[in-house]
Design a protein around this ligand. Structure first.
Ligand code: MYA
Length: 558
């Protein structure tokens, strides 16, 4: 591009930015109105069916969402392309608008600036960082005081976290078991707690139905996790599980299951300390009962039941910022069937590329390449346990496995009706019979909302390799890249559309080389009633996968 046209383009961008600012101000005002509504709702402690919003308001919201989605895709498309604009000043006006629309922190910062300086700032800002919502101001969280529920719980505050490595590890509160309620907390009239019996296929299916319709969606409401019945049977019945920690809420009239939260027992190591804790997951409230303060009730009830079982710490993850993440990892995605991902709106066609080019970029050999790689067998469990334990020793936050857990998590015993949930492979030295490496991935589909389709995603699970114990660090990188390439080949063979991975363990060593693309999503790790300094999640302050910050997290949550 010539200097002149660059200037013209920059001027157009500036103009567009001004327009975008006007729009942003308007949007900020609208948002403030929205917030007012929801906090009014938060005062209402009574879960009750949401009073339906007017059809006009609903349609307007839908239109706004769809515009936002289109614009965001326009930006993401260009960001993922080879000819990606490097700074915000290179964007078209639509892209700029979208950028401000998806980045409230940037909106606020730009609104507060002298307009003369805005264009300069836009040039300095790295686009990939902007899209994560983390870089500017670094604050996409509420103040501690606005977490009405969480400020009453034994969790670290944002201020605590700022003390960094000065934080001394240990529980935040000593629980006096005699003061723990023996009976469940009261729920509002019309609702009752139930202990779900997941050995009963009917109840297992009820949990499945609740989650498949109401569980986690992406920001644009295009995809929703679809944890299969087999998956739930696997995830919720880990060794030592108790049905007391599978808690439902039913309506007293129709007996319908409208909310759920679960815990499973797990031993974890946080730096030098081993904790017997619960892993809390699958918190879900029916869409019509949202924003009625039911979530804090479920959390209090699962906490009560854990305390009664003498378990005083918990680990959980989430995409939302709560007080206070102990670590944060970023999602990465590796296309296996690019065409399918494009069709369902998961992957954009980067400007300047073609469908054929995209398909060939992600092409893989049909057979794995590592010699002596084979599916894991039950007899391998002891060796795999030993290798995995040594491997995870290198991380600050890990799950502590025993042999029974290795068998459960990696060799899930399926009922005849079950679909395969987890795939595990080992490399065995043919002479010594020693297992030198292993890797695993699990299946978690996502529903494409409104399209009667699913995205079949393989999530990278645990892995370990002897190469980690060599002095030459390059050996590990080379070996992991070979193993992960085979994982991709085997996932493709098992008809997966995409492989997802976080920046945990040693993943930053292979994400780029294996053509994983950075996603928008982050996963925050939380500890309940435990204080520890922040743990590295494989990303730097600009949210980029970074080898310098890896190996903090060695715990994969489903
Ligand atoms: C020792 C043993 C301890 C055991 C317990 C350990 C803790 C376990 C903690 C749970 C780990 C779960 C791990 C997973 O499963 S993460 C998956 C969470 N599930 C979903 O995202 C599914 C779709 N969403 C929903 O079903 C609802 O939106 C949920 C249920 C998420 C919130 O329902 P709703 O939207 O109707 O809100 P409310 O009016 O009832 O309540 C508002 C309060 O809830 C706080 N909130 C919102 N989202 C989350 C969240 N993901 N974790 C913790 N807290 C959350 C929020 O900040 C506010 O508190 P505060 O801001 O006023 O303070």
């Amino acid at each position: 591009m010539s200097e002149e046209s660059k200037e013209a383009d920059a001027a157009a961008n500036l103009e567009a930015l001004e327009d975008a600012l006007k729009e942003a101000k308007q949007a900020t005002a609208e948002d403030a109105g929205d917030e007012g509504d929801s906090s009014a709702g938060e005062e209402d402690e009574q879960p009750a069916p949401a009073n339906g919003e007017s059809a006009a308001a609903g349609a307007a919201k839908k239109k706004k969402r769809s515009k936002k989605k289109k614009l965001k895709q326009a930006i993401l498309g260009s960001v993922k392309s080879e000819s990606m604009p490097k700074t915000a000043a290179d964007l078209t006006s639509d892209q700029l608008n979208a950028l401000l629309d998806v980045n409230p922190a940037l909106k606020a910062e730009v609104n507060a600036m002298d307009p003369k300086n805005v264009q300069e700032m836009m040039k300095r800002l790295n686009l990939a960082d902007l899209l994560t919502g983390l870089s500017v101001g670094g604050k996409n969280k509420k103040d501690m005081a606005s977490y009405k529920f969480w400020q009453t719980q034994p969790v670290q505050t944002f201020q605590d976290r700022e003390k960094g490595s000065a934080i001394e590890d240990g529980p935040l509160k000593v629980i006096d078991i005699d003061r723990v309620r023996k009976e469940p907390y009261d729920l509002p009239d019309g609702f009752v707690y139930v202990t779900m019996d997941l050995d009963d296929e009917v109840q297992l299916k009820e949990v499945y139905e609740l989650l498949v319709n109401h569980y986690v969606e992406d920001d644009e409401a295009m995809f929703r996790f679809n944890y299969s019945i087999s998956f739930l049977n696997w995830a919720l019945k880990a060794p030592g599980w108790t049905k007391e920690w599978h808690i439902g809420v039913r309506t007293t009239g129709s007996n319908k299951l409208v909310a759920f939260i679960s815990g499973i027992p797990m031993s974890i190591r946080v730096r030098a300390n081993i904790l017997s804790c619960s892993e809390i997951n699958f918190l879900c409230i029916h869409k019509k009962l949202r924003s009625k303060r039911l979530a804090p009730e479920l959390i209090k009830e699962v906490t009560r039941r854990c305390y009664i079982a003498n378990v005083y710490q918990a680990i959980y993850t989430g995409g939302v910022i709560l007080p206070t993440p102990v670590s944060t990892c970023r999602y990465f995605h590796r296309s296996l069937d690019w065409e399918k991902l494009f069709e369902v709106g998961f992957s954009p066609l980067p400007p300047g590329s073609t469908k054929t080019r995209q398909v060939s970029k992600y092409k893989l050999p049909t057979d794995p390449l590592t010699p002596n790689l084979r599916p894991m067998k039950r007899e391998d469990a002891k060796q795999v346990l030993d290798l995995l334990t040594r491997y995870l020793q290198r991380s600050d936050l890990t799950q502590m496995f025993n042999k029974e857990e290795v068998v459960h998590w990696l060799m899930y015993q399926q009922r005849p009706s079950d679909e395969q949930v987890v795939w595990s492979y080992v490399v065995e030295d043919p002479e010594t019979k020693k297992i030198t490496d292993f890797f695993s991935f699990y299946c978690l589909e996502s529903t494409v909302i409104g399209k009667n389709k699913v995205v079949r995603a393989a999530y990278l699970f645990y892995y370990a390799t002897d190469a980690a114990f060599q002095d030459d660090k390059k050996v590990l990188k080379v070996r992991l890249n070979a193993l992960m390439k085979d994982a991709l080949i085997l996932a493709k063979r098992a008809k997966f559309d995409v492989m997802n991975a976080l920046t945990l363990m040693d993943n930053p060593l292979f994400l780029e080389e294996q053509k994983f693309g950075a996603g928008d999503g982050q996963l925050h790790y939380y500890l309940f009633n435990y204080r520890t300094a922040p743990i590295a999640g494989g990303i730097d302050q600009r949210n980029q996968a970074d080898e310098k910050f890896m190996d903090g997290v060695g715990l994969v949550m489903l």
